[in-house]
Design a protein around this ligand. Structure first.
Ligand SMILES: NC(=O)c1ccc[n+]([C@@H]2O[C@H](COP(=O)([O-])OP(=O)(O)OC[C@H]3O[C@@H](n4cnc5c(N)ncnc54)[C@H](O)[C@@H]3O)[C@@H](O)[C@H]2O)c1
Length: 322
């Protein structure tokens, strides 16, 4: 039985769906906050909530008492996949305390939950490629110090890793932080560029092309990420301080300009491009070194942008009737 936080979120929903297909029992938690369209979160949940092996609890992970009450109802929990977080780089400029609540207090609350579960096999939690900032050398290796975050979001994600490291050492909680690299796909997040660009192009509205398209992102398809997460659950680290971080990225970065062309081709429509400077908190490049993830998890991303973007666009058209 797996406790999964962020179950109504993009990655959480897909992970829950795959776990259920694999015959697992999933206890999902999500606050359904309104950072983006709540109806999309509810529509994701509607796909899985009637499954006999799925139970959903609406709760804030930072509310530790509420989380304790949930866990007490499910004594069979053996592993945790903790994906609930306040995501997004730009939102942190206006709403810094949302990041402290979900990513710092929430992470600590989940670590305390992990500490309280006897014989927990593995605590797997989401980190982010943003922890590498602008000072790491591509491809980004987990051996980099990653101690110069350029956004508050990145700082809270890196802090979450350090909290997990201390708990793993103190209480012997086997833990893995997965640094996801720009995840995209059907049922995705409306605040992310691939989604907002698609929406704007369909509606004939202009899109902002940051840094004249000269930004590189390691876009990773959702199914590849889910395979990495699920493979990780069965492979906890074994050491005195059983904590590690692993990159889950496609390892094939793409220029923003080319990425926009891929969306245009999938839609059969041209974008109206407007130049914009790089946004504060944005990094120039992301590119995952996946040597360790391959060796430890057998992680081998399969989906190129040419395959993945049309799948997203097909979903977008069907879901929004566009
Ligand atoms: N999507 C990406 O490209 C990407 C990249 C790097 C890291 N991540 C990380 O992966 C994880 C999942 O991201 P996602 O893209 O699915 O985002 P998402 O926003 O779609 O999902 C997160 C879910 O967590 C829930 N949530 C937020 N705060 C909560 C709280 N305090 N209590 C309970 N629920 C809460 C939200 O309602 C949401 O449904 C996050 O930790 C994110 O930081 C995502």
């Amino acid at each position: 039985m797996i406790l999964l936080t962020g179950a109504a979120g993009f990655i959480g929903f897909h992970t829950a769906k795959k776990l259920l297909q694999n015959g697992q029992t999933v206890i999902g938690v999500d606050s359904l906050n309104d950072y983006y369209d709540v109806s999309l979160k509810k529509a994701r949940l509607a796909q899985i909530e009637n499954h006999k092996n799925f139970t959903f609890h609406r709760a804030n992970i930072a509310d530790h008492k509420a989380m304790q009450d949930i866990v007490a109802k499910h004594p069979g929990i053996t592993a945790i996949i903790h994906l609930a977080a306040q995501a997004g780089v730009r939102y942190s400029i206006e709403n810094p305390f949302a990041y402290a609540e979900s990513n710092l207090t929430g992470q600590l609350s989940m670590l305390e939950i992990a500490r309280g579960i006897k014989n927990l096999s593995h605590f797997v939690y989401a980190s982010s490629s943003s922890v590498y900032g602008n000072s790491s050398t591509a491809p980004f290796s987990t051996k980099e110090r990653a101690d110069e975050p350029v956004s508050l979001y990145a700082a809270t994600k890196r802090a979450g890793e350090l909290l997990a490291h201390s708990y793993a050492g103190l209480y012997r909680i086997p833990s893995t932080g997965l640094r996801f690299f720009t995840v995209y796909g059907p049922w995705g997040r409306p605040d992310m560029a691939y989604f907002s660009f698609t929406k704007a192009i369909v509606e004939g509205k202009p899109i902002k092309v940051f840094n004249q398209g000269d930004l590189r992102r390691d876009f990773t398809y959702i199914d590849d990420i889910v395979n990495g997460i699920i493979s990780c659950i069965g492979k906890p680290p074994v050491s005195d301080t059983p904590h590690r971080v692993l990159n889950l990225g496609n390892h094939r970065p793409v220029m923003l300009g080319d990425f926009i062309s891929t969306i245009e081709n999938a839609l059969g429509q041209k974008a109206i491009r407007e130049d914009a400077p790089m946004a504060p908190g944005d990094v120039y490049e992301t590119c995952a070194d996946i040597t360790d993830s391959k060796a430890i998890l057998g992680f081998e991303p399969q989906t190129t942008l040419d395959i993945g973007i049309p799948k997203f666009v097909d979903w977008y058209r069907a879901y929004y009737g566009a």
